[in-house]
Ligand binder design. Structure first.
Ligand code: PGA
Length: 248
């Protein structure tokens, strides 16, 4: 990892937890955490304020989704302004579960990213290929198309952390090998060099997600273009602290 890029570890609690569980997570997050790692936890929307109020201030809190406009008749949605009003600075957008369970298309995700940045949030857009796409040698084509869709709406790259999450590795226990992940991360960085500029390519964090555990995080973290992780299942357990400290 380049010295320009601070190691970044995000937790994605998904639709898990209640106040009692969140209290337990907050307790283990008070453990010895490497200050060279930027840490953010993505919690269910209804616990954003609670988590922000109780989580140590050094740890960022992210929403797991938000809509593409500031307010209005959009029952069930929340806006970036509301996330900010809850004291949170981050949002995860375009997670594969949003794309594949809730059928969010590239254009909607891109518009959400654009509005979240405009509203002042920091954003973790997620991209990644499905198993059949990898097996059909279409990984590059798929992730580049996802990046291309995001591009017109990214006004400030310093507030963006790209999460590469191969869909086949999410929640399956089947992690990409360090070589497989490094290969895609390097190609994404090259894509940024060619489609944005060299400075953005060098400074943008590209994190890996998909069955990251305390057992595999250190090998993954050694790779040049892997700048951290987005962690689902393991972010609910004390093991998460080991993942945060993967580079120590
Ligand atoms: P997982 O989820 O770590 O449970 O595979 C990762 C994610 O969905 O962000």
């Amino acid at each position: 990892m380049s010295s320009q890029r601070k190691f970044f570890v995000g937790g994605n609690w998904k639709m898990n937890g209640d106040k009692a569980t969140i209290n337990e997570i907050i307790e283990f997050m008070k453990g010895p955490i490497n200050t060279n790692t930027e840490v953010v936890v993505g919690c269910p929307q209804c616990y954003l304020m609670y988590t922000r109020q109780h989580m140590p201030a050094s740890i960022g809190v992210a929403a797991q989704n938000c809509y593409k406009v500031a307010k209005g008749a959009f029952t069930g949605e929340i806006s970036p302004a509301m996330v900010k009003d809850c004291g949170c600075e981050w949002v995860i957008l375009g997670h594969s579960e949003r794309r594949n369970v809730f059928n969010e298309p590239d254009k909607l995700i891109s518009d959400k990213v654009g509005h979240a940045l405009e509203a002042g949030l920091k954003v973790i857009p997620c991209i990644g290929e499905k198993l059949e796409e990898r097996e059909g040698n279409r990984t590059e084509e798929v992730v580049f198309a996802q990046m291309k869709a995001l591009l017109p709406n990214i006004s400030d790259w310093s507030r963006v952390v790209i999460a590469y999450e191969p869909v086949w590795a999410i929640g399956t226990g089947k992690t990409a090998t360090p070589e497989q992940a490094q290969d895609v991360h390097a190609k994404l960085r090259q894509w940024l060099r060619e489609n944005v500029n060299a400075q953005v390519a060098e400074s943008t964090r590209i994190i890996y997600g998909g069955s990251v555990t305390s057992g595999n995080c250190q090998e993954l973290a050694k790779k040049t273009d892997i700048d951290g992780f987005l962690v689902g299942g393991a972010s609910l357990k004390p093991d998460f602290v080991h993942i945060i400290n993967a580079r120590t």
